[in-house]
Design a protein around this ligand. Sequence first.
Ligand code: CAA
Length: 263
Amino acid sequence: MEWKNLVLKSSEGGVWTLTMNRPQALNALNRETILELEQALHFLQEQSTMEARVLIVTGSGEKAFVAGADIKEMVALSPELARQFTEKGQKVFRQLEMLRMPVIAAVNGFALGGGLELALSCDFIYASENAKFGLPEVSLGLMPGFGGCVRLSRVVGLNKAREMAMTGDMLTANEAVSLGLVQKVLPGSELMNHVLKVANTIIGRGPKAVAAVKRVVIDGHDLDADGALALEASHFSKLFQFNDSREGMNAFIEKRKAQFTGN
Ligand code: CAA
Protein backbone atom coordinates (compact mmCIF):
# COMPACT_ATOMS: atom_id res chain seq x y z
CA MET A 1 0.00 0.00 0.00
CA GLU A 2 1.19 3.54 -0.73
CA TRP A 3 0.52 6.78 1.11
CA LYS A 4 1.45 10.41 0.50
CA ASN A 5 2.89 11.19 3.93
CA LEU A 6 4.11 7.80 5.18
CA VAL A 7 6.30 5.01 3.87
CA LEU A 8 5.63 1.49 5.17
CA LYS A 9 8.19 -1.17 4.27
CA SER A 10 8.66 -4.76 5.32
CA SER A 11 11.98 -6.54 5.59
CA GLU A 12 13.06 -10.11 6.19
CA GLY A 13 11.68 -11.90 9.22
CA GLY A 14 8.60 -9.73 9.71
CA VAL A 15 10.15 -6.37 10.68
CA TRP A 16 8.20 -3.40 9.31
CA THR A 17 9.39 0.20 9.22
CA LEU A 18 6.94 3.08 9.18
CA THR A 19 8.58 6.38 8.20
CA MET A 20 6.73 9.63 8.78
CA ASN A 21 7.48 11.38 5.51
CA ARG A 22 6.84 15.14 5.31
CA PRO A 23 10.45 16.31 5.63
CA GLN A 24 9.63 19.80 4.26
CA ALA A 25 7.50 20.31 7.42
CA LEU A 26 9.79 18.30 9.75
CA ASN A 27 7.27 15.44 9.44
CA ALA A 28 4.54 17.48 11.17
CA LEU A 29 1.25 15.62 11.57
CA ASN A 30 -1.54 17.08 9.48
CA ARG A 31 -5.00 15.52 9.35
CA GLU A 32 -4.20 13.61 6.18
CA THR A 33 -1.11 12.03 7.81
CA ILE A 34 -3.17 10.91 10.80
CA LEU A 35 -5.76 9.31 8.52
CA GLU A 36 -2.98 7.55 6.61
CA LEU A 37 -1.45 6.36 9.88
CA GLU A 38 -4.82 4.89 10.84
CA GLN A 39 -4.95 2.97 7.54
CA ALA A 40 -1.34 1.76 7.85
CA LEU A 41 -1.93 0.49 11.41
CA HIS A 42 -5.13 -1.26 10.33
CA PHE A 43 -3.18 -2.93 7.50
CA LEU A 44 -0.45 -4.09 9.92
CA GLN A 45 -2.95 -5.44 12.45
CA GLU A 46 -4.48 -7.56 9.66
CA GLN A 47 -1.16 -9.26 8.83
CA SER A 48 -0.59 -12.75 10.21
CA THR A 49 1.45 -13.19 13.39
CA MET A 50 4.57 -14.37 11.54
CA GLU A 51 4.36 -11.75 8.77
CA ALA A 52 4.34 -8.76 11.11
CA ARG A 53 6.53 -9.34 14.15
CA VAL A 54 7.90 -5.88 15.04
CA LEU A 55 7.13 -2.34 13.87
CA ILE A 56 9.76 0.42 13.88
CA VAL A 57 8.49 4.02 13.69
CA THR A 58 10.88 6.75 12.53
CA GLY A 59 11.01 10.09 10.69
CA SER A 60 12.24 10.99 7.25
CA GLY A 61 15.48 13.02 7.02
CA GLU A 62 18.12 13.65 9.65
CA LYS A 63 16.57 16.58 11.47
CA ALA A 64 13.23 15.41 12.83
CA PHE A 65 11.30 12.40 14.03
CA VAL A 66 8.08 14.47 14.09
CA ALA A 67 7.96 18.18 15.04
CA GLY A 68 4.37 17.96 16.29
CA ALA A 69 0.91 18.50 14.93
CA ASP A 70 0.83 20.72 11.84
CA ILE A 71 0.56 24.26 13.23
CA LYS A 72 -0.19 25.75 9.79
CA GLU A 73 -3.26 23.50 9.54
CA MET A 74 -4.31 23.87 13.20
CA VAL A 75 -4.36 27.68 13.07
CA ALA A 76 -7.64 27.58 11.10
CA LEU A 77 -9.48 25.16 13.42
CA SER A 78 -12.69 26.09 15.24
CA PRO A 79 -13.22 24.53 18.70
CA GLU A 80 -15.46 21.90 17.08
CA LEU A 81 -12.86 20.98 14.43
CA ALA A 82 -10.15 21.01 17.12
CA ARG A 83 -12.20 18.47 19.09
CA GLN A 84 -12.46 16.23 16.02
CA PHE A 85 -8.69 16.60 15.45
CA THR A 86 -7.71 15.72 19.04
CA GLU A 87 -10.18 12.82 19.22
CA LYS A 88 -8.98 11.39 15.92
CA GLY A 89 -5.31 11.75 16.91
CA GLN A 90 -5.95 10.14 20.31
CA LYS A 91 -7.82 7.25 18.70
CA VAL A 92 -5.07 6.56 16.16
CA PHE A 93 -2.28 6.80 18.78
CA ARG A 94 -4.24 4.40 20.99
CA GLN A 95 -4.50 2.08 17.96
CA LEU A 96 -0.69 2.26 17.72
CA GLU A 97 -0.27 1.59 21.44
CA MET A 98 -2.59 -1.44 21.23
CA LEU A 99 -1.07 -2.90 18.05
CA ARG A 100 -0.56 -6.65 18.45
CA MET A 101 3.18 -6.50 17.68
CA PRO A 102 5.87 -4.61 19.63
CA VAL A 103 6.50 -1.09 18.32
CA ILE A 104 9.91 0.59 18.69
CA ALA A 105 10.38 4.33 18.12
CA ALA A 106 13.67 5.28 16.43
CA VAL A 107 13.73 9.00 17.25
CA ASN A 108 16.12 10.60 14.79
CA GLY A 109 15.75 14.31 15.65
CA PHE A 110 13.01 16.56 17.05
CA ALA A 111 10.19 14.70 18.82
CA LEU A 112 8.04 17.64 19.86
CA GLY A 113 4.36 17.89 20.82
CA GLY A 114 2.53 15.30 18.72
CA GLY A 115 5.96 13.83 17.85
CA LEU A 116 6.73 13.03 21.49
CA GLU A 117 3.15 11.81 21.87
CA LEU A 118 3.71 9.48 18.90
CA ALA A 119 6.94 8.12 20.44
CA LEU A 120 5.19 7.67 23.81
CA SER A 121 2.56 5.50 22.10
CA CYS A 122 5.31 3.08 21.03
CA ASP A 123 6.53 0.32 23.40
CA PHE A 124 9.97 1.87 23.87
CA ILE A 125 12.28 4.46 22.37
CA TYR A 126 15.86 4.66 21.06
CA ALA A 127 17.25 8.04 20.02
CA SER A 128 20.01 9.62 17.96
CA GLU A 129 22.43 12.05 19.63
CA ASN A 130 20.69 15.04 18.00
CA ALA A 131 17.21 14.03 19.25
CA LYS A 132 15.25 16.58 21.29
CA PHE A 133 12.10 15.81 23.27
CA GLY A 134 9.48 18.29 24.44
CA LEU A 135 5.87 19.38 24.75
CA PRO A 136 6.11 22.97 23.47
CA GLU A 137 2.35 23.43 22.96
CA VAL A 138 2.04 26.06 25.73
CA SER A 139 4.32 28.34 23.73
CA LEU A 140 1.57 28.28 21.05
CA GLY A 141 -1.12 28.98 23.66
CA LEU A 142 -2.16 25.34 23.38
CA MET A 143 -1.70 22.11 25.32
CA PRO A 144 -0.83 18.54 24.25
CA GLY A 145 -3.83 16.94 22.53
CA PHE A 146 -2.69 13.46 21.51
CA GLY A 147 -2.23 11.95 24.99
CA GLY A 148 0.99 13.76 25.99
CA CYS A 149 0.08 14.79 29.54
CA VAL A 150 -1.38 11.34 30.23
CA ARG A 151 1.41 9.14 28.81
CA LEU A 152 4.42 11.31 29.70
CA SER A 153 3.52 11.45 33.40
CA ARG A 154 3.28 7.65 33.47
CA VAL A 155 6.85 7.38 32.16
CA VAL A 156 8.74 10.25 33.82
CA GLY A 157 6.49 10.94 36.83
CA LEU A 158 3.99 13.70 37.53
CA ASN A 159 6.38 16.50 38.45
CA LYS A 160 8.73 16.16 35.48
CA ALA A 161 5.75 15.83 33.10
CA ARG A 162 4.18 18.95 34.60
CA GLU A 163 7.49 20.84 34.33
CA MET A 164 7.93 19.83 30.67
CA ALA A 165 4.34 20.57 29.65
CA MET A 166 4.16 23.88 31.59
CA THR A 167 7.54 25.29 30.44
CA GLY A 168 7.59 23.76 26.96
CA ASP A 169 11.36 23.26 27.41
CA MET A 170 13.13 20.53 25.47
CA LEU A 171 15.21 17.63 26.81
CA THR A 172 18.38 16.39 25.16
CA ALA A 173 18.58 12.71 24.27
CA ASN A 174 20.86 12.04 27.26
CA GLU A 175 18.48 13.82 29.64
CA ALA A 176 15.66 11.68 28.20
CA VAL A 177 17.70 8.53 29.00
CA SER A 178 18.30 9.66 32.58
CA LEU A 179 14.51 10.03 33.02
CA GLY A 180 13.78 6.56 31.60
CA LEU A 181 12.00 8.05 28.59
CA VAL A 182 14.62 6.71 26.17
CA GLN A 183 16.43 3.36 26.42
CA LYS A 184 19.68 4.35 24.72
CA VAL A 185 21.30 7.14 22.67
CA LEU A 186 23.27 6.31 19.52
CA PRO A 187 25.10 8.25 16.81
CA GLY A 188 22.58 8.99 14.04
CA SER A 189 24.36 6.66 11.63
CA GLU A 190 24.03 3.73 14.06
CA LEU A 191 20.45 4.28 15.28
CA MET A 192 18.61 2.17 12.73
CA ASN A 193 21.11 -0.71 12.90
CA HIS A 194 20.74 -0.83 16.65
CA VAL A 195 16.94 -0.78 16.47
CA LEU A 196 16.98 -3.54 13.84
CA LYS A 197 19.22 -5.60 16.13
CA VAL A 198 16.73 -5.22 18.98
CA ALA A 199 13.87 -6.06 16.61
CA ASN A 200 15.70 -9.24 15.54
CA THR A 201 16.24 -10.24 19.16
CA ILE A 202 12.47 -9.98 19.70
CA ILE A 203 11.84 -11.98 16.51
CA GLY A 204 13.87 -14.83 18.01
CA ARG A 205 11.45 -15.08 20.94
CA GLY A 206 8.03 -16.76 21.08
CA PRO A 207 5.60 -14.47 19.18
CA LYS A 208 2.57 -15.32 21.33
CA ALA A 209 4.64 -14.81 24.48
CA VAL A 210 5.83 -11.37 23.30
CA ALA A 211 2.26 -10.37 22.42
CA ALA A 212 1.07 -11.53 25.87
CA VAL A 213 3.78 -9.45 27.59
CA LYS A 214 2.60 -6.40 25.63
CA ARG A 215 -1.03 -6.92 26.63
CA VAL A 216 -0.29 -7.51 30.32
CA VAL A 217 1.98 -4.45 30.59
CA ILE A 218 -0.50 -2.13 28.87
CA ASP A 219 -3.81 -3.48 30.21
CA GLY A 220 -2.35 -4.31 33.64
CA HIS A 221 -1.19 -0.72 34.08
CA ASP A 222 -4.79 0.49 34.38
CA LEU A 223 -5.83 -2.18 36.91
CA ASP A 224 -5.31 -2.47 40.66
CA ALA A 225 -2.65 -4.96 41.84
CA ASP A 226 -5.09 -7.88 42.23
CA GLY A 227 -6.66 -7.27 38.83
CA ALA A 228 -3.25 -6.92 37.15
CA LEU A 229 -1.97 -10.15 38.75
CA ALA A 230 -5.13 -12.01 37.68
CA LEU A 231 -4.57 -10.74 34.13
CA GLU A 232 -0.96 -11.96 34.23
CA ALA A 233 -2.04 -15.40 35.52
CA SER A 234 -4.61 -15.67 32.74
CA HIS A 235 -2.11 -14.84 29.95
CA PHE A 236 0.64 -16.99 31.53
CA SER A 237 -1.57 -20.08 31.70
CA LYS A 238 -3.02 -19.56 28.18
CA LEU A 239 0.51 -19.76 26.71
CA PHE A 240 0.65 -23.43 27.78
CA GLN A 241 -1.99 -24.30 25.18
CA PHE A 242 0.34 -23.30 22.31
CA ASN A 243 2.99 -25.46 20.62
CA ASP A 244 5.52 -22.64 20.93
CA SER A 245 5.66 -22.88 24.73
CA ARG A 246 6.37 -26.66 24.50
CA GLU A 247 8.98 -25.97 21.82
CA GLY A 248 10.65 -23.22 23.88
CA MET A 249 10.85 -25.29 27.08
CA ASN A 250 11.90 -28.49 25.27
CA ALA A 251 14.58 -26.58 23.34
CA PHE A 252 16.02 -25.39 26.67
CA ILE A 253 16.01 -28.92 28.09
CA GLU A 254 17.51 -30.39 24.90
CA LYS A 255 20.14 -27.59 24.74
CA ARG A 256 19.15 -26.38 21.26
CA LYS A 257 17.75 -23.18 19.74
CA ALA A 258 13.95 -22.99 19.79
CA GLN A 259 12.14 -22.93 16.43
CA PHE A 260 9.01 -20.89 17.04
CA THR A 261 6.18 -21.04 14.50
CA GLY A 262 3.63 -18.73 16.10
CA ASN A 263 1.37 -21.68 16.93
N1 CAA B 1 3.80 22.35 11.97
C1 CAA B 1 3.91 22.83 10.72
N2 CAA B 1 5.12 23.14 10.14
C2 CAA B 1 6.22 22.91 10.87
C3 CAA B 1 6.16 22.38 12.19
C4 CAA B 1 4.88 22.09 12.72
N3 CAA B 1 4.72 21.53 13.96
N4 CAA B 1 7.43 22.30 12.67
C5 CAA B 1 8.23 22.74 11.69
N5 CAA B 1 7.51 23.11 10.60
C6 CAA B 1 8.00 23.66 9.33
C7 CAA B 1 8.45 25.11 9.51
O1 CAA B 1 7.35 25.98 9.44
C8 CAA B 1 9.41 25.25 8.32
O2 CAA B 1 8.65 25.40 7.14
P1 CAA B 1 9.03 26.56 6.07
O3 CAA B 1 10.40 26.17 5.58
O4 CAA B 1 7.96 26.43 5.04
O5 CAA B 1 9.04 27.84 6.82
C9 CAA B 1 10.07 23.86 8.25
O6 CAA B 1 9.19 22.97 8.95
C10 CAA B 1 11.43 23.83 8.94
O7 CAA B 1 11.25 24.28 10.28
P2 CAA B 1 12.11 25.50 10.91
O8 CAA B 1 12.57 26.44 9.85
O9 CAA B 1 11.30 26.09 12.03
O10 CAA B 1 13.36 24.69 11.47
P3 CAA B 1 14.30 25.10 12.68
O11 CAA B 1 15.46 24.16 12.63
O12 CAA B 1 14.57 26.54 12.69
O13 CAA B 1 13.43 24.76 14.00
C11 CAA B 1 11.96 23.42 15.36
C12 CAA B 1 13.05 23.44 14.26
C13 CAA B 1 12.55 23.88 16.69
C14 CAA B 1 11.46 21.99 15.48
C15 CAA B 1 10.81 24.37 14.94
O14 CAA B 1 10.41 24.06 13.61
C16 CAA B 1 9.61 24.28 15.82
O15 CAA B 1 9.61 24.82 16.90
N6 CAA B 1 8.53 23.62 15.35
C17 CAA B 1 7.27 23.57 16.03
C18 CAA B 1 7.32 22.61 17.22
C19 CAA B 1 6.00 22.63 17.97
O16 CAA B 1 5.58 23.64 18.48
N7 CAA B 1 5.35 21.47 18.04
C20 CAA B 1 4.08 21.30 18.71
C21 CAA B 1 2.97 21.46 17.72
S1 CAA B 1 1.38 21.50 18.51
C22 CAA B 1 0.97 19.90 18.82
O17 CAA B 1 1.73 18.97 18.57
C23 CAA B 1 -0.39 19.71 19.42
C24 CAA B 1 -0.76 18.36 19.81
O18 CAA B 1 -0.26 17.81 20.77
C25 CAA B 1 -1.81 17.66 19.10
